[in-house]
Design a protein around this ligand. Structure first.
Ligand SMILES: C[S@@+](CC[C@H](N)C(=O)[O-])C[C@H]1O[C@@H](n2cnc3c(N)ncnc32)[C@H](O)[C@@H]1O
Ligand code: SF4
Ligand code: SF4
Length: 343
């Protein structure tokens, strides 16, 4: 984790804030209809501005990206200009017809969200009856159509006791990766801030995720949980070969909002600059933004993170620090680690 801007490997682009679900945790505050969103032309210019700077993996996200009628056109265009197009969806618009259209347009992988081992937990969390069945069905359809997919699961006090079951379900469905997200109390997530894991629960969870990863049957990646990099480093002796990275926001990863704002990630709602206002020059914002350069400079982090010898590989979740203290350079409140050789 250096100070200098490196070109991103992954950019998530929030193409809409429309969604038929009303999940309790939704960072995007997604709703069924919105008055305005980026036009097809603006979306294409944004894709072009990214591709000109770096031909990276481009995650279409939202809201529910499948709500956009032009989603296939955007995927096709992204592929034509050299981006590797993937999409995050909760699956209710995936069926035998739409999966073939996605494939034809050039989609390279999908993610589906599953937050419980059954409808009981998932549907309540997602505010929609039938949500669990539609996500499982979408995964089966993707598998049948030979489209690679991963499962995203937002973990909090609400479902932490189901994590092993969800990992098993992920494997049974044929996903290539299990990707837990750790709840960030932002957007609608602020209303369930009491469900954010406490440091001890979180440490136990990270070690459980490491055990699942070590079984080697499925890839495990963690989002909004950079302390997983610390736990993996501490457990190096247990036979983990792979290097696990911490928070990549503003480094290998970036986010473009539904207004064209460039951000570190979708969970930290601070703009580094607006692509429409700067005539679609992504590289300029990415390299010159004062905010992004502050985030890249871990030596200015405060509290336990500022004091921590793992800060260079972990970084703490800047979004959770901001959501809880208003300071994006502050400490991540869910971390249980305290440096022992310093006061
Ligand atoms: C914003 S959604 C967009 C894609 C799609 N609508 C979905 O739900 O999968 C992307 C991922 O972020 C997760 N997510 C949303 N709000 C979150 C929050 N406050 N904390 C952690 N993860 C969150 C969702 O559960 C989902 O897996
Ligand atoms: S988390 Fe995804 S599915 Fe849920 S309301 Fe937000 S955008 Fe929709
Ligand atoms: S104190 Fe901060 S930098 Fe250190 S492990 Fe915890 S979150 Fe990461």
């Amino acid at each position: 984790m250096g100070k200098k801007a490196v070109k991103p490997r992954l950019i998530a682009f929030e193409v809409t804030r429309r969604c038929q679900f009303s999940c309790r945790h939704c960072r995007a505050n997604a709703v069924a209809s919105v008055e305005e969103e980026l036009t097809t032309n603006q979306c294409k210019k944004i894709l072009k501005s990214v591709a000109k700077y770096k031909k990276c993996v481009l995650i279409l996200t939202g809201g529910e990206p499948m709500e956009r009628e032009d989603i296939y056109e955007l995927i096709r265009y992204g592929r034509e200009i050299g981006l590797r197009m993937v999409m995050a969806t909760c699956g209710y618009l995936i069926n035998e017809k739409t999966i073939l259209k996605l494939k034809k347009a050039g989609i390279m992988a999908l993610s589906f969200s599953i937050d419980g081992t059954g409808a009981d937990t998932h549907d309540k969390f997602r505010g929609t009856e039938g949500a669990f069945d539609s996500a499982v069905n979408a995964a089966k359809i993707a598998r049948e159509a030979h489209v690679r997919f991963q499962i995203n699961t937002t973990l909090s006090k609400i479902n932490i006791n189901e994590v092993i079951g969800i990992a098993d379900l992920t494997r049974e469905l044929g996903a290539y990766c299990f990707n837990p997200f750790i709840l960030v109390p932002t957007g609608r997530g602020e209303e369930i801030k009491d469900a954010v894991l406490d440091p001890v629960e979180y440490e136990v969870l990270l070690n459980e995720l490491l055990r699942i990863k070590l079984k080697q049957k499925i890839k495990v990646r963690v989002t909004c949980g950079p302390q997983f990099a610390r736990v993996c480093k501490q457990a190096k002796a247990k036979g983990l070969m792979e290097e696990v990275t911490g928070c990549m926001g503003g480094r290998g990863f970036g986010f473009i909002s539904c207004r064209g704002d460039v951000q570190t990630c979708g969970f930290l709602d601070v703009s580094a600059g607006n692509l429409i206002e700067n005539n679609f020059n992504f590289g300029e914002i990415w390299e010159k933004s004062k905010f992004l350069n502050e985030i890249r400079n871990v030596s200015d982090y405060k509290g336990d993170c500022g004091n921590c010898e793992y800060v260079g590989i972990c970084g703490g979740c800047r979004a959770r620090a901001y959501a809880t203290s208003g300071d994006y350079l502050g400490q991540d409140p869910v971390c249980n680690y305290k440096r022992r050789d310093k006061a």
